[in-house]
Write a protein that binds this ligand. Structure first.
Ligand SMILES: C[S@@+](CC[C@H](N)C(=O)[O-])C[C@H]1O[C@@H](n2cnc3c(N)ncnc32)[C@H](O)[C@@H]1O
Length: 233
């Protein structure tokens, strides 16, 4: 028997799958997320979305293992913050200085409404250079649920590294089907060979959403010989 709960779950799954078919087209992504914003969190909850928790825990582990600075003083950029689910998890772990950005202003406004972020900027596209963001601005950049089919290209990783300070960290999730379909791992290798970043932690095939799995990465950012300078590379 198809219960009401099951119907809701199937509808949520359909909306999540439909978001993967937006071809990275900024206008389509904005339109889709603007309409989805009101039921986004409920849909993701129905599909047991675990990524914000895992990304925040990984950020916490990286801080504990590698960064001397107190969590309360660390500056974090949540790139593709959506409604603020990652910010909420980071806040639970004691991080206090969190900025957000998102392509969709409606999602960004919901993140603002959580009251957790220091500042949230909407209308920011991770598929093009982050020209309003100076290099080396953050101790850590997190990006959860955004390296996903139909959303952001692997090339965005370079910009996430650029806005992160030297010896800071970038923590991201990559949906498994995205990793298989794109050249994300090649991009990591290219950036590693160019001295831009080094992977320090990798959780493969972790829980993501519904039956879908994701990989979780933490990268240390480098500057200096071979690394990216304080300007767009
Ligand atoms: C699956 S949601 C993840 C949101 C949040 N990080 C979370 O884990 O709940 C994807 C988010 O990425 C944003 N997004 C999609 N394409 C983007 C782009 N090119 N630049 C910036 N944000 C983008 C969407 O607006 C949406 O808020």
């Amino acid at each position: 028997m198809n219960t009401l709960a099951e119907q809701h779950r199937q509808a949520a799954q359909k909306r999540i799958n439909a978001s993967h078919a937006l071809d990275g087209d900024a206008k389509r992504l904005v339109r889709y997320y603007r309409e989805w914003a009101g039921s986004y969190e409920l849909d993701l909850e129905r599909e047991h979305y675990r990524s914000p928790f895992i990304v925040a825990e990984l950020a916490g582990a990286v801080q504990a293992a590698y960064i001397g600075r107190e969590r309360t003083a660390m500056t974090i950029l949540d790139a593709g913050c959506g409604t603020g689910l990652v910010g909420i998890e980071l806040d639970h772990l004691g991080f206090r200085v969190i900025d957000g950005l998102d392509l969709c202003e409606t999602m960004a406004e919901m993140a603002r409404q959580t009251g957790i972020y220091r500042h949230v900027r909407g209308d920011v596209d991770l598929n093009i250079p982050l020209s309003d963001y100076s290099s080396a601005s953050y101790d850590m950049t997190v990006c959860c649920g955004v390296f996903t089919l139909g959303h952001v290209s692997p090339h965005a990783l370079r910009e996430l590294a650029r806005v992160t300070r030297s010896n800071g960290f970038v923590v991201v999730s990559t949906e498994r089907s995205y990793s298989e379909a794109t050249s994300f791992e090649n991009e990591v290798l290219r950036l590693q060979q160019a001295g831009v970043l080094t992977p320090v932690q990798y959780l493969s095939n972790g829980r993501y959403v519904g039956e879908e799995e994701a990989h979780y990465w933490a990268f240390r950012v480098h500057r200096g010989p071979g690394g990216i300078g304080d300007h767009l590379a």
